[in-house]
Ligand binder design. Structure first.
Ligand SMILES: [Zn+2]
Ligand SMILES: [Zn+2]
Length: 178
């Protein structure tokens, strides 16, 4: 039998997938079996892909990531709204001196960070857990003074609870993050 790729060379092995004859330089030996190069790539490439897809994502990570996505999306809408209507912003925050534009921009950056934290958590990255805890601690502590604001009290209370829940969810899923 000759090598499939090199008709002038004798085959030293047979691909265990396609059965082609393989010379020394065309054969790949993996775990005691011979493969031609395309089959080795296909079989073991797929196996690697399957392992990557089988990352076991616990419910706590799924819920936390979705909450970060939702908060990030709401935050972007809120920030754009604040920037669009400066008068409403001053009314709600109660600070005429602080530019709504600056508040809106800070809100936008924080919202982006929420989306990034959600994305990292979804992919099981420890950075996502760290960023998520930092963001939640910041939002909870900055929410406390807003509890006194007449229009924001209810929303702020909900956001604070969500922040605490997020910290708990991240703590629960910490060992799954790498
Ligand atoms: Zn083959
Ligand atoms: Zn060959």
């Amino acid at each position: 039998m000759k090598c499939f790729n090199h008709p002038d060379r004798d085959a030293v092995a047979i691909c265990s997938v396609c059965g082609q004859g393989l010379c020394e330089s065309c054969s790949v030996k993996i775990a005691g079996k011979f493969y031609c190069k395309p089959d080795a790539d296909r079989v073991f490439g797929e196996e690697k892909q399957m392992m990557a897809e089988e990352f076991v994502r616990p419910t706590s990570i799924i819920v936390a990531a979705i909450l970060f996505y939702i908060l990030g999306a709401l935050g972007i809408i809120w920030s754009v709204g604040i920037m669009a209507s400066g008068s409403v912003a001053s009314l709600l925050i109660g600070a005429q001196l602080v530019s709504p534009l600056i508040i809106g921009l800070i809100g936008l950056v924080l919202s982006m960070l929420y989306l990034i934290a959600g994305y990292w958590l979804w992919n099981g990255l420890r950075e996502g857990g760290i960023l998520g805890v930092v963001l939640s601690v910041i939002s909870v502590s900055f929410s406390i003074p807003l509890l006194a604001a007449p229009f924001l009290a209810a929303v702020t209370a909900v956001l604070m609870v969500v922040g605490v829940v997020l910290i708990m969810l991240i703590a629960m899923s910490w060992n799954y993050l790498t």
